[in-house]
Design a protein around this ligand. Structure first.
Ligand SMILES: Cc1cc2nc3c(=O)[nH]c(=O)nc-3n(C[C@H](O)[C@H](O)[C@H](O)COP(=O)(O)O)c2cc1C
Length: 325
């Protein structure tokens, strides 16, 4: 058996496979099972900035935060069902129930009042905090201004908590490497990439519905490409998410420079116990290829110079298209 131990956000993990944030990590029994089957760490389900504001600030109502009445109704119901104080309890209970690191998660849009609540998350015992940020203020501000908000959020929360901070972002930036290298100087980790909700249309019901909620293994090419391109440029750890469904996926992402990987859809589709299979198959790959530890393979295939990055980012693709002609 290879040495799978790794350090992520300064935390010691028994292996690099993390159960990513989702409804599955909102339940203590699931967290115990994730630990039992081999998860290296867990990221709890996110709470939303809006939930925090509604519950912690008496002046704020759902209608103040979202103009659409249906969205305000949803927000009010969700806040009643999942109280932020319940979230603090979840962190406390999780810390008692499992010995692997427990990472809390907030889905946020601003560096506003909600950020004070991050202190409570730390006090509840979270080992680290992951911020899931997707700012979609397309109408009122240009991209440069929106990008500055990401930096402001990191600076603000870093000034409030001492626990490590990871940032989960999507690919929705024009210049992904530049944006991510900038963010990496403030955060302890980048979680790449958030898979944003995709709409579909139900033609029978004539209504908007959810598109593919779960990822497919083919989607791994997105984190593979960008982590490969930036892993030698950023100053912090990288946790890969999207499209990891098996042990080979873990190995591929480590090879391009990820520190850890997060799995979610595969656990919904195949059950929580599947995380054990992912870990053991990654281990088997290392054994079969003569590597004694995950550290030995990290970044082996990631481009290390500007020239190699050009090859990785463009020449491969030119070669592929030329061959197809
Ligand atoms: C049902 C479901 C719920 C999710 N909830 C959250 C969440 O609360 N916070 C978050 O940061 N990501 C959430 N995600 C995103 C996952 O953590 C993960 O980043 C994404 O699904 C891509 O990884 P995968 O290909 O392994 O599914 C959710 C995903 C699914 C499918």
């Amino acid at each position: 058996m290879a040495d799978l131990t790794t350090t992520y956000l300064g935390l010691k993990l028994k292996n690099p496979v993390i159960a990513g944030s989702s409804g599955l990590t909102n339940d203590i029994e699931n967290l115990k099972r994730l630990e039992k089957f081999g998860a290296g760490a867990v990221v709890l389900k996110s709470i939303f900035e809006e939930q925090i504001l509604i519950e912690t600030d008496r002046e704020v109502s759902a209608a103040d935060l979202v103009s659409h009445s249906e969205a305000a109704g949803y927000l009010t119901t969700m806040t009643k069902e999942h109280s932020v104080y319940g979230y603090l309890e979840l962190i406390e209970e999780a810390k008692k129930a499992v010995s692997i690191p427990v990472i809390a998660s907030v889905n946020c849009l601003t560096s506003g009042e909600w950020t004070k609540f991050s202190k409570r998350i730390q006090e509840a015992g979270a080992d680290a905090l992951e911020l899931n940020i997707l700012i979609t203020d397309y109408k009122n501000r240009d991209s440069k201004e929106i990008e500055k908000d990401y930096v402001r959020i990191v600076e603000k929360v870093k000034g409030i908590v001492d626990i490590p901070l990871a940032l989960k972002v999507s690919t929705l930036f024009t210049n992904i490497p530049r944006m991510l290298t900038g963010l990496s100087s403030g955060a302890d980790g980048l979680v790449l990439f958030n898979r944003y909700w995709s709409p579909d249309i139900d033609l029978d019901e004539m209504a908007v519905s959810s598109g593919n909620v779960y990822s497919s293994p083919e989607e791994i090419t997105v984190p593979l490409r960008w982590i490969g391109l930036i892993s030698n440029l950023v100053e912090c750890d990288i946790s890969a998410t999207t499209g990891v469904h098996d042990g080979n996926g873990v190995i591929k992402l480590l090879l391009v420079g990820a520190t850890t990987v997060q799995v979610c859809s595969a656990l919904y589709l195949k059950g929580i116990e599947h995380i054990g299979d992912i870990v053991s198959r990654a281990d088997a790959w290392l054994d079969a290829h003569g590597y004694a530890s995950v550290k030995e393979i990290r970044g082996l295939l990631g481009p290390k110079s500007e020239e190699e990055r050009r090859v990785f980012g463009r020449a491969q693709f030119m070669k592929y298209y030329t061959l197809k002609e």
